[in-house]
Ligand binder design. Sequence first.
Ligand code: ACO
Length: 272
Amino acid sequence: MKKYECVNLTIDGDVATVQLNRPEKRNCLSPTLHRNMVDALKEVAAAKCKVLVVTGSGDSFSAGMDLEQCFLEPFDDPQRFIEINTPCFEWLTHLKDFPGVTVAKVNGWAFGGGFEIASICDIVIAAEESVWGLSEINFGIFPGGGATWSYAHNMTRKQALFYALTGATLTGKQAVDLGLATMAVPLKDLDAEVAKWVANLTQKGRAVLRKTKEVYEKSLGMTFQESIGWEMAKMWELSRETNDDWIRTALKSFAKREFKPGLQSYQLTKDV
Ligand code: ACO
């Protein structure tokens, strides 16, 4: 694993953790941090991790784009402005398309780009005390760079427009009610809660995790009838990729009453 200036990356078996690491600047996203994230996510992809946890160091998740280094300073040099900000779109796209499960552990401030990072992750576990906001309107722009897509895909219209138009903040607890977070727990319990669900996810097969996400995303754009056919095709593809493990291992084990699928995962034989 490489050492990065603004990101702490750890890879432990099937689990990668990326910690945004500029606590003195509330983990706002500087040009160096963007370049670090591009490289760190490439490392995670190469390691074929099942789960990627994204979090922040200190008391912040992320205060969004570095307003000085990314916007103010390069503004009068359009070419430099593009060069500085393009890596941001590159790594956010990688995060959104990550084949394993992405888990945002929202430990504190989450504004703008920080709000977006959480919104594009698959599962979000937030500290109840965390504070979120679409603060762009407070300095005269609208949420851009995928931020509008990401909040619009998580919230209802009335809630989305309220938060984008007013810049009002919300807590981790409210983020659950608004559809932005999966669950919220007191900050003191955040590490344990995330560890519990990461352990659950790593018991699942890599291929089935990937396919579950793929089928979910694609089915949103299909009619019910179209999705029945497509889901069946994908089911056979998964079966083939995993040497029919669901039949040959999981359901045989169930037939011997070795486990209850409603409550437990089966023991994977070979993870592909
Ligand atoms: N860009 C650049 N610097 C930042 C940012 C940011 N987004 N956020 C915080 N900082 C810097 C502060 O300027 C300060 O720097 P300094 O120590 O050199 O003075 C340092 O981080 C600490 O910030 P404070 O404001 O002192 O911390 P506090 O805990 O009181 O407040 C808060 C935290 C609420 C997050 C505040 O810093 C803030 O409002 N930041 C901006 C949030 C924001 O609107 N982000 C942009 C979202 S839009 C987008 O991402 C496109």
